[in-house]
Design a protein around this ligand. Structure first.
Ligand code: ADP
Ligand code: ASP
Ligand code: MG
Length: 406
């Protein structure tokens, strides 16, 4: 008898028919003699709707109340799914993050799971029940509700799989696997049978919202393979952390992503002397701003321009402090460009194949797409471009590396 953790995302439980469909899929596995623990997200776009309501009341809401509000979305879907299972004559119970004691730290809206108490889950499983658990939520040491960050139900599922030593961890959404790029944007994208943890982690972190990056990190750290598939059909999905049968088959580039969540900030004419960049980025880190890409241009008059990117949310939250920091290190002006997009390619095979970066830049150049910034690492290369070119860039890179033929 296997213990299976399944996770169904918002689209999979967006309406009553879909909830009934999910109930049937769970029962199908239960009937094979498996113990079923199921994590669900809030229905459809209900989390977005809650955020809209909140924004109409406050532009700076109390983080505790934000999480109090957002955790309600999942409470609706777990109860309805549990009822749908019961309606088919099976035993089921829904549990919130606090009932399961998914213990997190107290970083509201970005909380990290510290511990899960299996006692209640195992008790319910032993009684033959299908256990339906609210994704994305936990409780902190004050018993206050916390949330794990948008898309965090994936992380709840993997954390439960780790804690329960599950035999399988399956993540179901509205796509039947991981593709070479978002198949909604590029219909020619190819489905991957397998992908390494590192490649998946990069794709997820660089904008492929199909998996919460922390879920991949957690799976990697604990050697848990993730099976990603659709809740709308039974087509074979993608194994994250799986290995290709043909061991020598290597892909130079595995996927392309685009991220429109970043903004480019140029701190202009800062004095060219030791310690300036150190001060700037240390102070940004201290207020909680995460910097991604960085370039520095030396000017002739002993002054530099330092350009970096951060996420749009951080700009919204910390704009004033960022400006203060820039002027405190001697900047003459600050320029913010919100119309940028970061297009990235990811592939483990890059390490041993020269010329991949050149090819990416050439493809962009040949298509008249100007590159504003570049960063590279072992298995990824990112170029910052104008936002208007984002879709075109993904398309021409996908074509150029022949990812439709993988
Ligand atoms: P869920 O609500 O089930 O958590 P998400 O919306 O978070 O699902 O993730 C699924 C979506 O991820 C798909 O609808 C697809 O548009 C998008 N996506 C982005 N990049 C990729 C990719 N490389 N492969 C598959 N899906 C992708
Ligand atoms: N409902 C949450 C969100 O929309 C969590 C999730 O879907 O994973 O971000
Ligand atoms: Mg998701």
């Amino acid at each position: 008898m296997a213990l299976i953790v399944q996770k169904y995302g918002g689209t999979s439980v967006a309406n009553v028919d879909r909830i009934k469909n999910v109930a049937e899929r769970i029962i199908r596995e239960y009937d094979k003699g498996n113990r079923m623990v199921v994590v669900v997200s809030a229905m459809g776009d209900s989390t977005d709707k809650l955020i809209e309501l909140m924004n109409q009341i406050s532009s700076n809401p109390d983080p505790r109340e934000v999480d109090m509000l957002l955790t309600t979305g999942e409470q609706v879907s777990i109860a309805l799914l549990s009822m749908a299972i019961q309606e088919k004559g099976y035993k089921a119970i829904s549990l919130t993050g606090s009932q399961v004691k998914i213990q997190t730290n107290n970083k509201h809206s970005q909380a990290e799971i510290m511990n899960i108490d299996n006692t209640r889950i195992l008790k319910e499983l032993d009684e033959g029940k299908i256990v339906v658990i609210a994704g994305f939520q936990g409780i902190d040491s004050n018993d206050d509700f916390t949330t794990l960050g948008r898309g965090g139900s994936d992380t709840t599922a993997v954390a439960l799989a780790v804690s329960l030593e599950a035999d399988r961890c399956e993540i179901y959404s509205d796509v039947d696997g991981i593709y070479t790029t978002d198949p909604r944007m590029i219909p020619e994208a190819s489905k991957l049978d397998f992908i390494s943890y590192d490649e998946m982690l990069e794709l997820a972190s660089l904008g492929a919202k199909v998996l919460h990056p922390r879920s991949v990190e957690l799976a990697k750290a604990n050697g848990i393979k993730l099976y990603i598939a659709s809740s709308f059909n039974y087509k074979p999905g993608t194994l994250v952390g799986g290995i290709e049968h043909n061991m020598e088959k290597r892909r130079n580039v595995t996927g392309v992503t685009v991220n429109k969540d970043e903004v480019k900030i140029t701190v202009e004419q800062v004095p060219d002397k030791p310690g300036v960049a150190g001060n700037l980025f240390t102070e940004l880190a201290e207020i909680g701003v995460n910097v991604d890409m960085i370039i520095q241009n030396l000017q002739r008059n002993q002054k530099n321009d330092i350009t970096f990117t951060i996420d749009k949310e951080s700009l919204k939250k910390y704009r004033k402090q960022i400006e203060e920091i820039a002027y405190s290190i001697g900047a003459e002006s600050i320029y913010i460009d919100e119309e940028v997009a970061k297009v990235s390619i990811v592939g483990a095979g890059m390490i041993t194949t020269p010329g991949i970066a050149g090819k990416m830049f050439r493809i962009l150049g040949e298509n008249n797409i100007n590159i504003e910034m570049i960063t590279t690492a072992d298995i990824k290369i990112s170029s910052l471009i104008h936002e208007k070119d984002a879709e075109k860039a993904v398309k021409v890179i996908h074509d150029g590396f022949e990812l439709d033929k993988i």
